[in-house]
Design a protein around this ligand. Structure first.
Ligand code: HEC
Length: 142
């Protein structure tokens, strides 16, 4: 009788400590996963930063700045206004630049024609990465 109580006690002890071990393992696993997610998030932020930088450079090099200033409207709408409209309307800037989506910021026919001349001209020669970085830069202007 005494022996069986002892065995029972031992079994209970082992059960509890096994449970603890399992908890530790799960906790470790979760912590490792969280670390991985944090690493990926850091990479994404770094990538976005790099894209914004590249886009800003292209925006000057390709002459977009001639018609688009960051905060004031000159020939075309300001970058800030374009960014705000694309957020509000959930628009796709890359698609617009590829000529696959209509203008949503300034829909005045004459204005659209001015921008369309750029799209048909040199914008069509930009690759997907360049278009994505232009969009990343423009979207970053607040
Ligand atoms: C000759 C002047 C001119 C140049 C250069 C120019 N744009 Fe524009 N852009 C305009 C005008 C005008 C509009 C307003 C019409 C419109 O919204 O489509 C416009 C509108 C836009 C819009 C908003 C489109 C929408 O949904 O209404 C984006 C995005 C844009 N331009 C990006 C660019 C980029 C990127 C470049 C350089 C590669 C560029 N533009 C060069 C005149 C220009």
């Amino acid at each position: 009788m005494k022996k069986s109580i002892l065995m029972l006690g031992l079994a209970a002890f082992m059960f509890v400590s096994c449970g603890d071990k399992k908890k530790e393992e799960v906790k470790k696993e979760v912590e490792t996963k969280v670390e991985k997610v944090e690493e990926v998030a850091k990479e994404v932020v770094a990538d976005t930063g790099a894209a914004v930088e590249a886009g800003k450079k292209l925006f000057t090099e390709k002459g977009c700045v001639a018609c688009h200033q960051e905060t004031v409207k000159i020939v075309g709408p300001s970058v800030k206004d374009i960014a705000a409209k694309y957020v509000a309307e959930k628009g796709n800037m890359v698609k617009f630049l590829k000529g696959e989506a209509p203008a949503i910021v300034d829909t005045d026919v004459a204005q659209v024609a001015i921008m369309k001349a750029n799209l048909d001209g040199f914008v069509k020669d930009l690759n997907d990465d360049q278009l994505a970085s232009l969009a990343a830069y423009m979207s970053s202007v607040k």
